[in-house]
Design a protein around this ligand. Structure first.
Ligand code: NAP
Length: 321
């Protein structure tokens, strides 16, 4: 020790209060809301964006801090709760002709995400990035071959988020989701509302394999990824049963006929759509593997098939009524 200079005493350890967990959801739509409601119930702070004042009020009613935000027009400056976020869920899809509108904010985004609180980021992508694989089983190492404009933009967005997070030395998860269904959005809801199939739904009707996932299992995957530090970054989030959509609708119809026959008022006949399939369909046949989701993240699917997923939605109707 140098005479006259007292050794500096190490500061007594201060019991630092655990940082409150704060999820910020860019694009609090179907999945974003589902996740937000559950995290709020777990005591999280949850903030998020939407594109209209009406939706903002709905999010606030859930207990969220909400901001109206159109990524093609606004910057991030006025979204104050973003600075406190420890977790970030990106659910805004790429826009044709524009790309990922958030990534386009570039420097603004980079500055905001480097604030130091961020522990976890998840970008919700799509299995569409694989393109057509001729019905083969594809895992996350399979070469991606996006064919449609939206799938190409999706893949570019995945890469953009991974690169950005690498630059910031933060880790990011990319979830490649199958078709999302859950309470309020399912074959049962389509039948009950007597809605005609959308153009996109009609096009998908002729596919042999359709990857899908119940929103409750997306939520499970999100929770599991938060607690695993060295998981693989890209994960397929799909169930075990890539059944064709016609099979799913037939099952939904049989469920409803048994329990709510009066609710089915119209037959949705895909053959009567008048679409020229040859012109409209880009083939995208594949069976998407969820082995990494199960073995890497340890997720045990609540709804491994559409059957249990639809049954649980129907059961929830009964509870509500
Ligand atoms: N649906 C599927 O089957 C499926 C399958 C695979 C992947 N995905 C993708 O997974 C993600 C979550 O799916 P989801 O079904 O929950 O999506 P969703 O309900 O359509 O939610 C998308 C969210 O993005 C917001 N948004 C759209 N354009 C925006 C813009 N220009 N600026 C700011 N916000 C914008 C929407 O705002 P508003 O709330 O105001 O509308 C909404 O909150 C999406 O990226 C979706 O494309 C979906």
């Amino acid at each position: 020790m140098i005479p006259g200079i007292a050794p500096k005493l190490a500061a007594p350890p201060v019991a630092s209060a655990p940082q409150p967990r704060h999820m910020f959801v860019f694009g609090a739509g179907f999945v974003g809301r589902y996740v937000s409601e559950r995290l709020l119930a777990q005591g999280w702070q949850v903030s998020g964006t939407c594109t209209s004042a009406t939706k903002k009020r709905e999010l606030e009613m859930l207990g969220m801090t909400a901001s109206v935000f159109d990524a093609t027009e606004s910057n991030l400056e006025n979204i104050h709760s973003l600075q406190q976020a420890t977790h970030l869920l990106i659910s805004i899809p790429p826009i044709p002709g524009i790309g990922d509108p958030l990534l386009n904010l570039n420097e603004d985004l980079r500055r905001t995400l480097s604030h130091g609180n961020l522990e976890w980021l998840c970008y919700l992508s799509s299995t569409s990035v694989y393109g057509d694989c001729g019905g083969a089983l594809v895992d996350e190492d399979h070469t991606v071959n996006p064919k449609s404009e939206s799938a190409k933009l999706r893949f570019k967005a995945e890469k953009g988020w991974l690169d950005l997070m690498d630059d910031l030395n933060l880790s990011a998860f990319i979830f490649r989701l199958g078709g999302i269904y859950g309470p309020g959005r399912s074959a049962l809801d389509t039948l009950a509302k007597s809605k005609s199939l959308s153009q996109r739904q009609k096009l998908r009707e002729s596919k042999q394999y359709t990857a899908r996932i119940h929103v409750a299992d997306i939520y499970q995957a999100i929770l599991a990824s938060m607690s695993i530090r060295c998981a693989r970054k890209i994960l397929n989030v799909v169930d075990d049963d890539p059944a064709p959509r016609a099979e799913v609708f037939a099952f939904a119809r049989s469920l409803m006929q048994r329990r709510y026959p009066d609710l089915i008022t119209k037959t949705i006949d895909v053959k009567s759509t008048g679409l020229d399939y040859k012109e409209s369909i880009i083939p995208a046949e594949k069976q998407v593997s969820n082995a990494r989701l199960k073995q890497g993240l340890g997720v045990k699917l609540l709804h491994p098939t559409y059957r249990s997923g639809l049954q649980s939605i129907l059961d929830s109707w009964q509870l509500e009524s």
